[in-house]
Design a binder for this molecule. Structure first.
Ligand SMILES: Cc1cc2nc3c(=O)[nH]c(=O)nc-3n(C[C@H](O)[C@H](O)[C@H](O)COP(=O)(O)O)c2cc1C
Length: 307
C-alpha cells in the first residue's frame, strides 16, 4: 500500500467530516502517512481552498474523501479533477457513478466497503484498492454489522487488489493485528479526530478522551446507521427507533447539520458525536505526528512480543 500511495508508512488518516482539513492532512503527510481531506463537510470552493493550502505546505501525495451520499459531491468531483488530486477515497454509496470520471482523470480510486460482495464489485470496476471498514468504526457504518476481525480476512481472501483495514485501529497493536489479517495498510479515524490538528471542536475532542469502552452506540439503523458517543440525541434516536419510527420520521428527527453541531460546534447534547468504539482507549490529544510515531513504534513492539 505504501507503494500504491507513495508514502513511507501504510497509514491512511481518515477523511472525516468537520475533522479532516489541510492542517491535519499536512501533519500526517509530513509524518509519513497519507493525509486525506474530508470533502463531505466542504463546499466545492472550500475544498479547493483546502487543496491549495495543503499543496502550499506539502508537495507529496494526498487524497480527498468523497462520501457519495452528499448532494454536493458532483461539484466536488469537478474540483478534484480540475485540481489534479492524485487519490480519491469514496464512501457511502456506489463507486460506479464516479469510477469512470476518476479513471479518465488518472486519479487513483479507492472505495470504502463493509462486505465481500461490495469489495468484489470495486475490484471488477477496476479500483486500485478498498478500505475495509468494520462495525467498530466511528461515523456511518453498514447495517449488517460485521466487525473488523471477521471482515478483513474474508475480504483479503476474496480480492486480488490491496485491502486497507479500518475500524477500531488507534495504536500499533491494532495496526499489527490488521496487517496480520492480510491488510496492506490501515485507515485510522477516531484517533486522528482527537489530535491537535483536527478541526473538531475542543468539546468533541474532550468527549472522545473521556469516553469509555461502553460509551458508543449505533443509531439511525433504519436510515443511515452511524456510530456516536452516547448523548441526548442518540438516546432520542434510539427511543424513536424502539417505537418503530419510519425512515422518514428518523430523517425528520435527524434534521440538518447534526454532525456539524456535534463535531464542529461542540454541542455535546443535541449534536452527533461521531466516534468509534476505540474512543475508550484514547486518553490524550497529541499532535498527529506523535500519533504516527506511536503507531510505528508500537507496531514494532507488538511484532517483537509475538511468540
Ligand atoms: C468524526 C468522524 C467523521 C467521519 N466522517 C467520515 C466521512 O466524512 N467520510 C468517510 O468515508 N468516513 C468518515 N468517517 C469514518 C472514517 O473514515 C474511518 O473509516 C473510521 O473512523 C475508522 O474507524 P475508527 O474510528 O475506529 O478509527 C468518520 C469518522 C469519524 C470518527
Amino acid at each position: 500500500m505504501s507503494r500504491l500511495f507513495g508514502v513511507s508508512y501504510p497509514v491512511v488518516q481518515a477523511g472525516m467530516i468537520w475533522v479532516s482539513g489541510w492542517r491535519l492532512a499536512n501533519a500526517v503527510a509530513q509524518a509519513g502517512g497519507l493525509g486525506v481531506l474530508g470533502a463531505g463537510s466542504m463546499r466545492p470552493d472550500v475544498l479547493r481552498h483546502h487543496i491549495h493550502r495543503l499543496r502550499a505546505a506539502w508537495d507529496g501525495p494526498f487524497a480527498v474523501n468523497m462520501p457519495l451520499l452528499y448532494h454536493h459531491m458532483p461539484a466536488c468531483l469537478e474540483v478534484i479533477t480540475e485540481e489534479n488530486v492524485p487519490i480519491v477515497i469514496s464512501s457511502a454509496g456506489s463507486p460506479a457513478g464516479v469510477a469512470k470520471a476518476l479513471a479518465a482523470a488518472d486519479v487513483v480510486h479507492v472505495h470504502v466497503v463493509a462486505a465481500v460482495r461490495q469489495a468484489l464489485k470495486c475490484q471488477d470496476l477496476g479500483l486500485a484498492a478498498v478500505v475495509c471498514e468494520g462495525y467498530e468504526a466511528g461515523g456511518h457504518n453498514a447495517p449488517q454489522g460485521t466487525t473488523s476481525l471477521c471482515l478483513i480476512p474474508q475480504v483479503v481472501d476474496a480480492l486480488e487488489i490491496p485491502v486497507i483495514a479500518a475500524g477500531g485501529i488507534a495504536d500499533g497493536r491494532g495496526m499489527a493485528a490488521a496487517l496480520a489479517l492480510g491488510a496492506e495498510g490501515v485507515q485510522v479515524g477516531t484517533r486522528f479526530a482527537a489530535t491537535q490538528e483536527s478541526s473538531a471542536h475542543p468539546a468533541y475532542k474532550a468527549a472522545v478522551v473521556e469516553a469509555g469502552d461502553r460509551d458508543t452506540v449505533v443509531a439511525l439503523q433504519a436510515l443511515t446507521p452511524v456510530r456516536l458517543i452516547k448523548n441526548a440525541f442518540s438516546q432520542q434516536a434510539l427511543e424513536a427507533e424502539a417505537q418503530g419510527a419510519s425512515p422518514a420520521e428518523l430523517k425528520a428527527l435527524l434534521g440538518q447539520g447534526r454532525g456539524r453541531r456535534g463535531i464542529f460546534e461542540g454541542d455535546l447534547e443535541a449534536g452527533e458525536i461521531e466516534a468509534g468504539q476505540i474512543a475508550g482507549m484514547i486518553a490524550d490529544l497529541p499532535p498527529a505526528e506523535e500519533v504516527m510515531q506511536r503507531l510505528v513504534r508500537e507496531y514494532q513492539g507488538a511484532r517483537s512480543r509475538l511468540p
